[in-house]
Design a protein around this ligand. Sequence first.
Ligand SMILES: Cc1cc2nc3c(=O)[nH]c(=O)nc-3n(C[C@H](O)[C@H](O)[C@H](O)COP(=O)(O)OP(=O)(O)OC[C@H]3O[C@@H](n4cnc5c(N)ncnc54)[C@H](O)[C@@H]3O)c2cc1C
Length: 547
Amino acid sequence: MDQTRDTKAVFNQSPPFVDIDLFALDRPLADAVSANGGADAAAELSDFGRHWGSAAMAERGRLANENIPKLKTFDAQGHRRDEVEFYPAYHELMAHSAHAGLHNSTWNEKGEAAGGASEVVRAAKFFMAAQVETGHLCPITMTRAAVGALASDRDLRGSLMAVLGTRSYDPAFAPWQTKRGMTMGMGMTEKQGGTDVRANITRAVRVGESYRITGHKWFMSAPMSDAFLVLAQAEGGLTCFFMPRFEPDGRVNAIHFQRLKDKLGNRSNASSEVEFDSAYALRLGEEGRGIPTIIQMVSLTRQDCAIASAGLMRSGLAHALHHTRYRSVFQKHLVDQPLMRAVLADMALHAEASTALVMRLCRAFDRAPADKLEAAYMRLLTPAVKYWICKSAPGFLYEAMECLGGNGYVEEGILARHYREAPVNAIWEGSGNVMCLDVLRALSRETEAAQAVLRQLADQARGLPGVSETAEFIAASFTRADAERYARHAVEKLALLAASAALNAIAPDHAALFAKTRLAADHGALYGACDLADNDIRNLLERALPT
Ligand SMILES: Cc1cc2nc3c(=O)[nH]c(=O)nc-3n(C[C@H](O)[C@H](O)[C@H](O)COP(=O)(O)OP(=O)(O)OC[C@H]3O[C@@H](n4cnc5c(N)ncnc54)[C@H](O)[C@@H]3O)c2cc1C
């Protein structure tokens, strides 16, 4: 021990993990993008990765979360204002995401699927942006997803795309028709029921060509959106509506925010409780067809939940690897301590498989319009992937945080924020059990197509340890009379099989390790307990973050 050291000197701390290329440093991501049709976008994604990996973007993320949105319900004279004020850093994040097309690049100018690898390329950007700031991605994802539901009204969709289709972010509180760019939100959840939206009591009354909506929503995020897709009971039953912030004559629509939620995480994003006092709205789709209409939006937001959670886990892993490569304990870098290596390698395997799986899912979104098997993959796997990835993220981030010791737990680092952020992706857009029930629904309604997907997965993972036993377990579980009670286990196995298949197309050696430790063996709840050889550990860590 050097007794002459200046006790105020800072040493044995890791340097900030910023000013990096989030794409180039992430081989599992680059390979997954390439394997799923996005190879041509490598340079564009690297530009994006450098920009979002900069210290300036990290600082925006910090500021937007430390200075949370404020509701201004009334002005000084008592007139209703119903505006939410955001810190400038939030607007800057929105502008950067809009500029990169995160809110619209999977659509063409008419609002139809853009085709090519647009889903995969956008997903790679979304995955990287989530590593920097996830709260602002809520309105970004809802805007993109709303276009899916607008397919029910092509005229409305056409007019909206003239504004929604630009890459400008325009935060002005003004009618959407007058703006350079716009965002959209969604109002389904009421006090008495979120999952069970049939229990909605908000009412819609037809007045000529439009409707007047009276009632409430218990959660309605991104309240400064320019318009919302809202569910309400019309004469013909539960119906989907397009509700703009301004009426056609320019008056502010009667969308009255009661308060903002005080949330565990997701703090840069505002989530409101709202009353509609005879608010103006247009019907989207037929009366009584509200759920099938809005589900077109929800399927896309579920996809984004999975992408964002995979991105959060990637960020946790990268920070953990970075830190442990600098920090020494007992005269040895943490990353060289056998027990820490076992934890990090196990996490690297989970993150790599998650990345491969979400990108494979996005390829299905790209190809679904022209390929029935891909459409069936998308239908069956979206809830399964959301279930497994979003529910594994909080535990994963907790472990990543612990790799940084006490530094992981304090707010100056990003991991405390990631950890608080992670659970929401599992809760909103259909919680865990609801995702499992949705997998069962797909199996019962589109049995043949779903079985074709299961066969394809087993084929693509053939030869990996534990595949045939897993495929048999899944088939047997889903055909039980009491399948609902056992659905969690079966859906988890389905996601693990799909992850093995997706990884097998990219990194067969790592797919074999994943299958050996997750399909052939019971992995257990924590990281670091599975049997990996030294050489495998070295390869996993080097691939996750090159030295
Ligand atoms: C930060 C945040 C922002 C949100 N923003 C929005 C928004 O912008 N718009 C919007 O519409 N909603 C929003 N929500 C609401 C969210 O979508 C709902 O909270 C979610 O869908 C669950 O609904 P619930 O809260 O009513 O819970 P419930 O429906 O009461 O569910 C409670 C639990 O029961 C489980 N469950 C439900 N049914 C079954 C069943 N049949 N069998 C077994 N288990 C079951 C669920 O999985 C869940 O775990 C937001 C939520 C949060 C936390």
